[in-house]
Design a protein around this ligand. Structure first.
Ligand code: ADP
Ligand code: MG
Length: 362
């Protein structure tokens, strides 16, 4: 287990302040550029010293321990291979696992041919270099493994494959692995749990599923891919139902979700995944414009349904992404089956289930 206890680090205007416990599993660290992800890894690996606080690996304090003595494997964002050594020599350098285990690892990472052919690192593609540097870190049999954006800058097909290969290889290691990425999809594929960072602090830690179901705030919701975020106010209806009034529709989430954020503040933000909505053609006389021009006529307000106009439809493999104008500044996004008939300019109703709505305070 890796533990960071009151760790701080200041660089000019940037300040990192982190308390974290990371189990023996794969943890993805996600967050925008400049949020302190690399700084976090550098402090754990010992390449940077914190201003205050302490780092522990399996209960052992790492204060004053040099990077080499920490037994932590590090894969830097820019792969660092010895240019004068062959791929094989690069991997075997510092290896403490058996030749058979090295071979097996190279097969898993699909670099076995490079290993056998004794190629020079200069002849490798970006993806191959990255996989060789992952192998190099793993063969030292580290007590923890840190990977800094290991797929950034790679071509899409390689990225797609590599994330599955990495999932398989890292899960077998049975040590704490930290996987820095700014891609939420990659985080969900590779990692068991996720840490979301912003401005040097941890906003939320938990499983990807937990963050989709109960993101702590708008930023986390947005970052894990809940793209439809709409601000509203909690309102008690005469009927006794409690809804979120978004101005263009009433949204009725499951009451447990509302209870969690209601109370002190009625200003909330609802979130709906683009995949959680259905689109139906709006055949009412006034079409979708009706509620948009009279958003404050409560008798017209639908529940868990928003009238929209289709702005754009983009056909993707296996689905259609539909961009919708629902009378709010933000465009609403729906991902629907290719069989759904929907065209630019259509007046439609977007419907969703209360159980698919998340609510965060703002
Ligand atoms: P991320 O990896 O999330 O993009 P970093 O940890 O690299 O973020 O950087 C966080 C902030 O700290 C940035 O503003 C960056 O400019 C600053 N920073 C990082 N390392 C140094 C350094 N060695 N010296 C000065 N500033 C640094
Ligand atoms: Mg970085």
């Amino acid at each position: 287990m890796i533990r960071l206890d009151g760790v701080t680090k200041t660089y000019g205007g940037f300040g990192l302040a982190v308390d974290l416990e990371l189990e023996t599993e794969i943890t993805a660290v996600i967050g925008p550029s400049g949020s302190g992800k690399s700084t976090l890894l550098e402090i754990i690996s010992g390449f940077e010293t914190p201003d205050s606080g302490a780092v522990f690996l399996n209960g052992r304090p790492l204060d004053g321990v040099s990077p080499e003595q920490r037994h932590i494997g590090m894969v830097f964002q820019r792969p660092t291979l010895f240019p004068h050594l062959s791929v094989r020599e690069n991997i075997e350098y510092g290896a403490t696992i058996s030749d058979d285990e090295i071979r097996e690892l190279c097969e898993l990472l699909e670099i076995d041919e490079l290993f056998e052919a004794k190629r020079s690192p200069e002849t490798l593609s970006g993806g191959e270099k990255r996989r060789v540097s992952v192998a190099r870190a793993i063969v030292t049999d580290p007590d923890a493994l840190l990977l800094d954006e290991p797929t950034t800058g790679l071509d899409e097909p390689i990225r797609r494959r590599l994330k599955y290969e990495l999932r398989r290889v890292l899960a077998d290691l049975d040590i704490p692995c930290i996987y820095v990425t700014h891609d939420q999809n990659e985080a969900s594929v590779v990692a068991d749990s996720v840490v979301v960072m912003r401005d040097g602090t941890v906003l939320q830690q938990g499983s990807y599923q937990e963050m989709l179901e109960s993101p702590r705030n708008e930023f986390v919701a947005d970052f894990v891919g809940i793209e439809n975020l709409i601000r509203g106010e909690i309102r008690e209806l005469d009927s006794g139902r409690t809804v979120v009034d978004t101005g263009v529709a009433w949204v009725e989430p499951e009451s447990t979700v509302l209870d969690a954020v209601a109370g002190s503040n009625s200003a909330v933000c609802i979130g709906i995944l683009p995949e959680s909505v259905t689109i139906t053609q709006n055949t009412s006389v006034d079409g979708g414009r009706h509620t948009q021009t009279h958003p404050h006529r409560p008798e017209d307000m639908a529940i868990n349904s928003i009238n929209c106009t289709v702005e754009r439809v983009i056909a993707e493999r296996g689905s259609k992404t539909v961009f919708l104008d629902c009378g709010l500044p933000e465009t609403f996004k729906a991902v629907v089956d290719t069989s759904v008939t929907v065209n630019q300019g259509d007046d439609v109703a977007v419907e969703f289930d209360g159980s698919d709505v998340v609510v965060v305070s703002r």
